[in-house]
Design a protein around this ligand. Structure first.
Ligand SMILES: *Cc1c(COP(=O)(O)O)cnc(C)c1O
Length: 363
């Protein structure tokens, strides 16, 4: 028997050894405004209908490996013609992972920075060459010349563009995105995780661009517990991804529940409208505060900047007052001094604002 350290270093890739696991903070007992969840649940009668639908679930059988019924519901929901392929994932995180797993070891992956952390986390874990290209400091929009230069230099196999972007909340310029899609020789994935709050999409650009893929998730819409994402695009590309997908990646309970929920989309429309209305309230309240700069958002969260070198102290003070948000300041760069708050129910947002005001008050 060798010593455990030697065992580990001899077995695992150096990239894995160098990583740390994605940590989720324990939110027990706190108002949870850290993870872009929809704060609303369903009315009792809808819950009962859902439970009725689940009664027919045959847990002794493997799920439908193609999730055919749910896929049809998703196609219908997005008014997709049959010319496009759709692949479902255990969250869109799994789809990002699938896509990256299919690339050669030497491949490059490119995304704006700051961006969604899983692009880098999963690329690093697979030993791919990940490049984060800084956004413009004042608007958080794409730095188009820098992006085009990086594409020329690194010839990325995949470019991820979150639209709206997490954690900045803005929609990148549409013409910049289209220019990137036209220039790139690899794939461009538009990650529309926050589409329900944005009323903007690149689905209509799929037909004209065979290297373009649009990825969505039901997580931010209000079904984070189900773990379901999907990617739409060129069926020949989707077919390649399908080869490395685990056959039963979408479990039976998720298939039935997501099908049920997405067929009751009106429910979510009301909830997302409420969240968007609250987003405007929270943004203006934040910007009334001395020392706080809050950035406009097309998503269900708001990024805001605190006075210099105070972000973590403010974050902890808010947490001690019972509200959990997200401290991004340690990432540095454009996120120095920045915190991010998810839009919750009105009373939760008020509790957050009160806690923030208190944390800013002179002691
Ligand atoms: C939350 C988020 C995801 C992950 O979604 P899941 O479907 O829950 O895995 C993907 N992309 C962006 C930009 C996100 O913010």
């Amino acid at each position: 028997m060798t010593n455990t350290n030697n065992l580990i270093t001899s077995i695992f890739r150096k990239e894995v050894l160098a990583m740390s696991a994605y940590k989720v903070v324990d939110a027990q007992g706190l108002i949870k405004l850290d993870a872009m969840e929809n704060p609303y649940s369903w009315p009792e009668d809808i819950k009962n209908e859902w439970l009725d639908a689940l009664k027919d679930c045959q847990l002794n059988r493997y799920p439908d490996p193609e999730a055919r019924h749910l896929t049809q519901t998703i196609k219908h929901l997005n008014q997709l013609s049959d010319q496009f392929g759709v692949l479902l994932g255990n969250g869109s995180d799994e789809i990002i992972q699938l896509l990256l797993m299919a690339l050669p070891e030497t491949a490059s992956v490119l995304a704006p920075a700051p961006g969604f952390v899983m692009y880098k986390q999963l690329s690093d874990g697979l030993g791919l060459n990940y490049q984060g290209i800084p956004l413009l400091a004042d608007t958080f929009d794409l730095d188009l010349p820098a992006m085009l230069a990086a594409i020329e230099q690194h010839q990325p196999s995949v470019i991820f563009l979150a639209y709206p972007n997490n954690p900045t909340g803005n929609l990148f310029s549409e013409t910049s995105i289209l220019e990137i899609v036209k220039t790139a020789k690899g794939l461009v994935v538009i990650d529309e995780a926050y589409a329900p709050f944005a009323h903007a999409s690149f689905i209509n650009a799929l037909e004209q661009n065979n290297n373009l893929l649009v990825m969505r998730t039901v997580s931010k819409l209000g079904l984070a517990g189900l773990r379901l994402g999907y990617i739409i695009g060129n069926p020949a590309i989707i077919e390649q991804l399908n080869k490395i997908r685990l056959p039963y990646n979408i479990n039976s309970l998720t298939q039935i529940s997501a099908d049920f929920a997405l067929s009751n989309k009106m429910l979510f429309d009301q909830q997302t409208q409420k969240i968007c209305a609250e987003r405007a309230v929270v943004l203006s309240r934040l910007n009334e505060l001395d020392g706080i700069t809050a950035y406009p958002s097309a998503a269900n969260f708001i990024l805001f900047r605190t006075p210099e070198n105070k972000a973590t102290e403010i974050f902890l003070s808010i947490k001690r007052q019972g509200v959990l948000i997200k401290d991004l300041s340690a990432q540095g760069g454009l996120l120095s001094d920045c915190l991010r708050v998810t839009i919750g129910k009105p009373e939760e947002n008020m509790a957050f604002l009160a806690a923030l005001r208190k944390s800013l008050a002179p002691h």
